[in-house]
Ligand binder design. Structure first.
Ligand SMILES: C[S@@+](CC[C@H](N)C(=O)[O-])C[C@H]1O[C@@H](n2cnc3c(N)ncnc32)[C@H](O)[C@@H]1O
Length: 402
């Protein structure tokens, strides 16, 4: 271990932390976190690092078990240390089993051991009482983890072709069915509910696009916008959390907000969010089978939708959208990762693996986005790239000659 290298990393970590203290920027926070992580990695012996990495699924397993044993809501409410017996009595579960699960969770910040067999909540135990974070853990554990396990075998069987067929992803190989992943979810209501909560949770604490994108200048300031103009059509919107977030930020805008998704999702969201209160209309729509039914909207918004599909499939989605777009007025706002050519952050890379195994999707670099848009006769007006590890925005439109 090179002590001088460790000292340098420590100094760099401290400098990033100082920047975060003075500017409070998300980029500085993530820089500091990544430097601290590099320092922690450099302090670890390679063999230990690999052992811990290979054991890492046991942590997700323990979080899932603690959730199933309903331990987090009890802990989250606690204002004084909770004895093991109280946590074990919730389900009830064997106290020894609960103690073992909590011991591992304490090493990962999900609970604090105040004294032997007495526990206090942490930020993570409280977070595990939120629907969106529960959805993240449950959907990734139940739908994705078995598929991750089978993916090396699947790729060997397909001679390491980059997956691009949504009917033949690792998901189908693992579960032996013949529809695309989203149709499969629609046929499995419990999995669909978990997935929709996962989608609500996956923005995590990163900002809503309305907080950083110049919505006023780029979308709202247009003389042709009337009260009955479709203002924002969220295509593949899931539960509509992004539209609800938009309405909160721009409560008085002229124009309609419209949520589109597959019929089973529209049915599921009716019970989950009060869309009517937010003034959001719902439309059942299959972007592979139908031409976009909402004509002449100011903005057609996709978030984490295009990354689910290969270029070939994304081209069908755009070709079904283009006839509805009004030249010189309608825009596409795609909120997605815009990968750098080098040194991407870890979260986009993990998401890239998730969409690969689930639906043969992929995260794209700027060049890949440009190629995709150009191939279907669209023009990228601007890439709005975010610092940190958040999603960027690809703003696209019909070319002037259209
Ligand atoms: C990865 S989720 C993203 C959900 C939401 N936009 C978000 O970011 O939280 C993809 C969404 O696309 C929808 N979807 C999949 N296939 C579709 C299709 N053929 N037509 C319309 N929506 C579809 C799914 O039901 C799902 O809600």
């Amino acid at each position: 271990m090179d002590i001088q290298q460790l000292q340098n990393l420590l100094a760099e970590t401290k400098a990033s932390l100082d920047s975060f203290q003075s500017d409070g920027l998300e980029k500085s926070r993530i820089d500091a976190q990544e430097k601290a992580l590099q320092l922690a990695r450099a302090l670890e012996r390679p063999r230990d690092a690999i052992l811990k990495l290979a054991y890492a699924p046991s942590v997700v397993m323990a979080v899932k078990i603690a959730h199933d044993m309903e331990i987090f809501p009890v802990l989250a409410k606690a204002t004084s240390p909770v004895p093991l017996a109280d946590l074990a009595s919730v389900k009830p579960a064997d106290p020894l089993l609960v103690e073992r699960i909590l011991r591992l969770l304490a090493t990962n910040g999900f609970v604090q051991e105040f004294a032997p067999r007495e526990y206090l909540p942490t930020r993570l135990s409280k977070e595990m009482t939120e629907r969106a974070s529960i959805g993240v853990v449950e959907s990734l554990f139940l739908e994705f983890l078995p598929t991750f396990q089978k993916t090396p075998e699947y790729l060997r069987a397909t001679n390491y072709r980059n997956p691009d067929d949504p009917m033949l992803a690792a998901l189908q190989y693992t579960n032996d069915f013949k529809t695309d992943g989203f149709t499969w979810l629609c046929q499995n209501p419990e999995a669909l509910t978990r997935f929709n909560s996962f989608m609500e949770g996956q923005r995590a604490d990163r900002p809503h696009w309305g907080d950083w994108f110049p919505v006023q200048e780029q979308i709202l300031d247009h003389p042709d916008l009337e009260a009955d103009t479709p203002l924002l059509v969220d295509i593949g919107a899931g539960r509509g959390h992004d539209l609800i977030g938009f309405k909160k930020r721009f409560p008085d805008v002229r124009g309609k907000l419209i949520l589109e998704d597959l019929p089973a999702v529209i049915e599921e969201v009716q019970g989950a969010q009060d869309l009517a209160v937010a003034g959001i209309d719902t439309v059942s729509y299959d972007f592979f089978k139908q031409v976009q039914p909402v004509q002449g909207a100011r903005a057609y918004y996709f978030k984490n939708v295009l990354h689910d599909w290969s270029d070939e499939k994304a081209a069908i989605i755009f070709n079904n959208l283009k006839p509805a777009m009004k030249p010189g007025f309608s825009k596409i706002i795609a909120e997605e990762y815009i990968l750098p050519d080098q040194n991407a952050r870890s979260l986009p890379c993990m998401t890239d693996m998730a969409v690969m195994v689930f639906c043969s999707g992929l995260e794209r670099t700027q060049q890949r986005w440009t190629d995709l848009m150009t191939s279907v006769g669209l023009r990228v007006a601007k890439f709005w790239v975010r610092e940190g590890d958040g999603l960027g925005i690809i703003e696209a439109e019909l070319p002037e000659s259209a």
